[in-house]
Design a protein around this ligand. Structure first.
Ligand code: C2O
Ligand code: CU
Ligand code: CU
Length: 488
């Protein structure tokens, strides 16, 4: 994968070129490439310090529009790389911004209207780590060395045809994969030292959620969740499983020093009820995901073989972060996620009905509570907000497999206790989130709120909203019946 530090201006070239993924013919891989020391890095892992200036030129060598969206980063509209600002074929665009996000695992991927799922499935995108002082300290205290006992793991499922090419046909469900790739590698195996190990997980799959667990034989190995999409938890939380929806990240510690040499630890996705109840006829093309491993089926993601002498685990810090919890209350806006005649809708509208317009406006600096209501006859939707992290306040009417792993009042899971930019809303569920629209920019900024099942996004389960200056008169705030403008 290659690591690229964003400490100087860089160019990423969008292009398609063969890659050796499986034995046999090479796979045509679309990627964002750069050169470093005479080597081509494809979809490099980007590392950047908090507070640093990022200066990246996207050079689009593809025959179609693309963008780079900095998923999770607090950027202004111009730098957000959403479908509102496509970069035409054979042209380039400069992304320049200051990184203000806390240290955590983020990522970058293309985001052109209608084509995000396709381009990501073809391979484009990679991880982005924001790092800072407090993290250097944690690494020292826990003896973590990046690339040795700290590993970034980008998880994806793909279908490949008999000629080793990624299969993606519109209208079919072959974006649900039958092969698991971790950092682009099928059936990954890692020989690890027997010591405390940090894994930085990203689900970069188009549409498949995972239920992440670690097993030795039939035994579940507990692990600690220390961070989520947008930063660290207050302190490490011990869990045995955690859902990881498309676009979400988990920062995890696992004590491999407590296990015998020769042990094989497997990172798996445990079986779960996929709840695909969207009321569409169950034809062969639908829900069955032809050729794919059904969603919710148990999957092997990676094998970790342990070797060498065991190192005793250092004490984990009890406090990692200070999170001022927002208070639950009456929602300022309600978003119903539903399907009608095979069309995904938010409050009765599809993004393709009003692609260039803002559905509503929020004042910069205001705080709001949003309630996301998923219909019962629906699918799980990982709902993602651009440019802001949020807190989960409460889950109601959750399915059993979520209430079972509740960790805190309000039906919150361990993952819900961290900063998220993507929250999985199960069929029938109501999830309230708290948002703070403070940002250092001026003037109107249009962003998106959408399902990160990329095929749902491309099919318009998405809306635009605009952040406007705090002193804009109330009457200018448009609403669409999704609630009233905030008066906080
Ligand atoms: Cu990761 Cu709007 O997307
Ligand atoms: Cu995003
Ligand atoms: Cu969805």
């Amino acid at each position: 994968m290659g690591v690229l530090s964003l400490d100087a201006p860089r160019t990423l070239t969008a292009r398609a070129a063969p890659a050796a993924i499986l034995p046999g013919p090479p796979t045509l891989l679309w990627s964002l490439d750069t050169e470093q020391d005479g080597r081509v890095l494809r979809n490099p892992l980007l590392r950047v310090r908090r507070g640093a200036r990022v200066d990246v030129r996207l050079d689009n060598q593809l025959d179609e529009e693309t963008t780079i969206h900095w998923h999770g980063l607090r950027v202004d509209e111009r730098n957000d790389g959403s479908g509102l600002h496509p970069v035409r074929p054979r042209t380039s665009n400069e992304y320049a911004f200051t990184v203000t996000n806390p240290c955590a695992t983020y990522w970058y991927h293309p985001h052109p209207h209608y084509r995000t799922g396709y381009q990501v499935h073809k391979g484009m995108g990679g991880m982005l780590l924001v790092e800072e002082e407090t993290e250097d300290e944690l690494r020292r205290a826990l003896g973590l060395e990046f690339g040795v006992n700290e590993m970034p793991l980008m998880i994806q499922d793909k279908q490949l045809d008999g000629k080793n090419q990624f299969k993606y046909s519109f209208g079919e469900d072959d974006w649900i994969g039958n092969r698991m790739l971790v950092n682009g590698t099928p059936e990954p195996r890692w020989t690890a030292q027997r010591r405390l190990t940090r894994l930085r997980l990203l689900n970069a799959s188009n549409a498949r959620p995972y239920r992440i667990a670690f097993m030795a034989g039939e035994r579940l190995i507990p692990y600690w969740l220390i961070g989520t999409d947008g930063g660290w938890l207050e302190g490490p939380l011990r869990v045995t499983e955690s859902y990881l929806a498309p676009a979400q990240r988990l920062d995890v510690l696992i004590d491999l020093g407590a296990l015998d040499a020769g042990t094989r630890v497997r990172m798996v996705s445990l079986a779960f009820d996929a709840m695909e109840n969207d009321g569409q006829p169950v034809t062969e093309l639908h829900l069955e995901h032809p050729g794919a491993a059904p969603i919710g089926q148990q999957l092997e993601l990676m094998a970790i073989d342990l070797e060498g002498p065991a190192r005793r685990r250092p004490d984990l810090p009890t406090r990692l972060n200070h999170i001022v919890r927002a208070r639950d209350g009456k929602p300022d806006r309600v978003f119903r996620l539903h399907i009608d005649n095979g069309r995904w809708l938010i409050n009765g509208r599809n993004h393709h009905d009003d692609m260039d317009r803002a559905r509503f406006e929020v004042r910069r600096g205001s705080r709001e509570i949003w309630e996301l209501q998923n219909d019962t006859q629906s699918m799980p939707h990982p709902m993602h907000l651009h440019a802001f992290s949020f807190q989960v306040l409460a889950r109601e009417r959750s399915p059993r497999h979520i209430t079972r792993i509740a960790h805190a009042p309000g039906g919150l899971t361990a993952q819900d206790l961290g900063w998220l930019d993507t929250v999985l809303v199960w069929p029938g569920e109501r999830v309230r989130i708290a948002l703070d629209f403070a940002q250092p920019f001026h003037g109107p900024q249009m962003y998106m709120f959408h399902c990160h099942n990329l095929e749902h996004e491309d099919q318009g389960l998405m809306l635009n909203f605009r952040v406007i200056d705090a002193d804009t008169p109330e009457s200018h705030l448009a609403t669409d019946g999704s609630g009233h403008p905030s008066t906080h």
